[in-house]
Write a new protein. Structure first.
Length: 260
């Protein structure tokens, strides 16, 4: 499948966006699954409209939550503008689920037979600009950033209800996650769990590793049940809780540890 070079001009889109570039906080928010946008040339990947609105195409409520957090913390926010069915920006190019042929048991017809040229095209047009914007943002910040990635998850997965409501995830660097888990009960009555509903073994910590661990930055991935983000008022409530919890946890860190 060959797409025109003016795809984003035609659709008035760009691959990734930096929000609040003049922010003063050391916190850098990232939302890889912010959008369910599928360029018209991809003909919805052969899917009906309901699939585009479902969790398989994006993380419902995650962008709105991220924007509220950016306001509360005066933090920068980098987010993708493309559906993860076109390219999942929280996956490296070699990962099969970067352009999934199926998701949650649903076949994605437009992704079933992607050749090497199309795979390279999507990486160049959708993943590389996101990766570059995030890397450039990190490099431009006066202090070493504290990387916080924001996601939402479906409370029922493959027919099974999930107990977790708020997941705090980490890869090899658990410093910030440990403190957030330690103090979570002070800020919320939600069921908070470590590395749930996903963990490093599921390949979900790509952004944390590439832009956080590899740069020596404190980092954490936050997963919120999307039923808790179904309205603006709920999104603001969760944002306030996360902002308070994150500030509390960061306040417990030694200044040298934050800058390390």
């Amino acid at each position: 499948m060959v797409l025109p070079n003016n795809i984003f001009a035609k659709d008035a889109m760009q691959a990734a966006t930096l929000v609040n570039p003049q922010a003063t906080s050391s916190v850098l928010l990232v939302c890889e699954h912010a959008s369910n946008f599928i360029p018209a040339d991809y003909a919805m990947l052969g899917l009906p409209e309901d699939a585009k609105q479902s969790h398989i195409a994006w993380d419902p409520g995650a962008l709105e939550l991220s924007c509220h957090l950016a306001d509360l913390l005066d933090a920068r926010l980098v987010h993708s503008n493309i559906s993860r069915l076109i390219y999942d920006c929280n996956r490296p190019p070699k990962a099969l689920d970067a352009m999934p042929a199926s998701s949650e048991g649903r076949v994605i017809p437009g992704n079933e037979n992607i050749d090497d040229n199309e795979r390279a095209r999507r990486i160049a047009w959708f993943y590389d600009p996101f990766k570059t914007l995030l890397a450039d943002t990190i490099a431009s910040m006066p202090d070493k950033p504290i990387l916080v990635t924001i996601h939402s998850f479906t409370p029922i997965y493959n027919g099974q209800a999930r107990d977790v409501e708020f997941g705090i995830l980490h890869d090899s660097d658990s410093r910030l996650a440990d403190l957030m888990l330690e103090h979570a009960s002070t800020h919320t009555k939600l069921n908070v769990m470590r590395n749930k509903p996903y963990g490093p073994q599921d390949g979900v910590t790509h952004t944390l590793k590439q832009h956080g661990v590899n740069n020596g930055c404190l980092n954490v991935m936050l997963e919120i049940s999307n039923v808790l983000l179904s309205s603006d008022s709920k999104q603001k409530e969760i944002a306030s809780m996360i902002a308070a919890l994150l500030s509390d946890a960061l306040g417990k860190l030694d200044k040298n540890e934050v800058a390390a």
